[in-house]
Design a protein around this ligand. Structure first.
Ligand code: SF4
Length: 331
């Protein structure tokens, strides 16, 4: 499952886009989509490509010739919207050029550009439209296809992808469109993408948020990490606190989260789990399940390692003690 995001600057402003793609790469983004609105955008892809490492996708709407220009500039994938580029001759021209360049085409449907027809609901209309487009591409011998079916509601998005997964074996790019600000957007995306990922559906994913693309990567990592599908760094579990907690647990956990955000896992790393608990009711139990844990009392906490109580630690020294243990574990 690869994590994707989208640059927010006009693509022809190559210097800013290069900076943003590099920032995204640094926080773990693996594919970046660029809006290609005109020939200047398409031409800028050549320079951007020469300065960044991760694959770039050209997002094309309305004008199929921009796809040809983006391919000519060396882009790694084309996204076409069947809602606004649909004439067979035009689609075939793009498919011919993509085939010659050896790059895939994403058939990217959004519920907003799909019309309900013949009484079909949105998920069915999206699937019918995507399948018709796929047949069009297949007719000219093009099979390097990725599909996305993003609706703006969780129910429609999940239904559309599940339906499509039953009908074809092409890779699926997951996402919910227009979800909103990070809090509600991440929740909507987690429910929809989480349900699909638990079904084994999905090959790439973008969490669309009305915020910086870095927030999108953070949310995507939290979803994949939470499902145990990928691990990007140590996992922290902490209790919600209640009237029994006698320390400032929120502050402690924020400090730990901040310190571990600088630790990036490589594929071979075994994920480390930290438990930070506010009292001895559930604290020792959870702390025992983790690689390292602390269950706080009134003035100090009990440190656990691999399920065994080790020693008492002070509240103020808790963060640095846990970080030392994490670093030791990662060599
Ligand atoms: Fe409350 Fe203790 Fe449970 Fe935390 S671990 S929520 S402090 S009972």
């Amino acid at each position: 499952m690869a994590i994707q995001s989208m640059a927010k600057h006009k693509t022809s402003d190559a210097a800013r886009v290069i900076r943003q793609v590099k920032q995204l790469e640094a926080v773990g983004c693996e594919i970046v989509r660029l809006a290609v609105k005109d020939n200047a955008d398409a031409a800028a892809i050549r320079r951007i490509k020469s300065e960044v490492k991760i694959p770039l996708v050209a997002d094309i709407h309305f004008d199929w010739r921009l796809a040809l220009a983006a391919i000519d500039s060396g882009v790694d994938k084309i996204r076409l919207n069947p809602g606004n580029i649909f004439k067979a001759g035009q689609v075939w021209e793009v498919a011919k050029a993509a085939k010659a360049a050896g790059i895939p085409i994403r058939v990217g449907l959004n519920s907003g550009s799909v019309k309900r027809s013949k009484g079909r609901d949105i998920p069915s209309a999206m699937c019918v439209s995507a399948l018709e487009y796929i047949r069009l591409l297949e007719k000219c011998g093009f099979h390097d296809i990725v599909i996305s079916l993003k609706a703006s509601t969780i129910i429609e998005t999940v239904a559309a992808y599940r339906k499509m997964a039953r009908h074809c074996e092409y890779p699926l790019h997951l996402g919910v469109t227009a979800t909103g600000l990070p809090y509600s957007g991440a929740i909507k995306s987690s429910i929809a993408c989480g349900a699909l990922l638990l079904d084994g559906i999905g090959d790439t994913m973008r969490i669309s948020l009305t915020d910086t693309p870095e927030q999108e990567i953070k949310a995507a990592k939290a979803i994949l990490g939470g499902l145990g599908l990928r691990h990007f760094g140590p996992e922290v579990i902490s209790c919600p606190t209640c009237g029994r907690c006698e320390v400032d647990l929120v502050k402690v956990v924020k400090q730990i989260e901040n310190r571990i955000s600088y630790i990036t896992y490589h594929k071979s790393d075994r994920p480390v789990k930290l438990a930070v608990m506010g009292c001895v009711v559930n604290g020792p139990g959870e702390a025992r399940e983790a690689d390292f844990g602390v269950a706080f009392g009134k003035k100090d906490g009990l440190l656990f390692k691999a399920g065994k109580p080790v020693r008492k630690i002070s509240v103020s020294g808790c963060v640095s003690t846990l970080m030392k243990e994490v670093r030791r574990k990662h060599g």
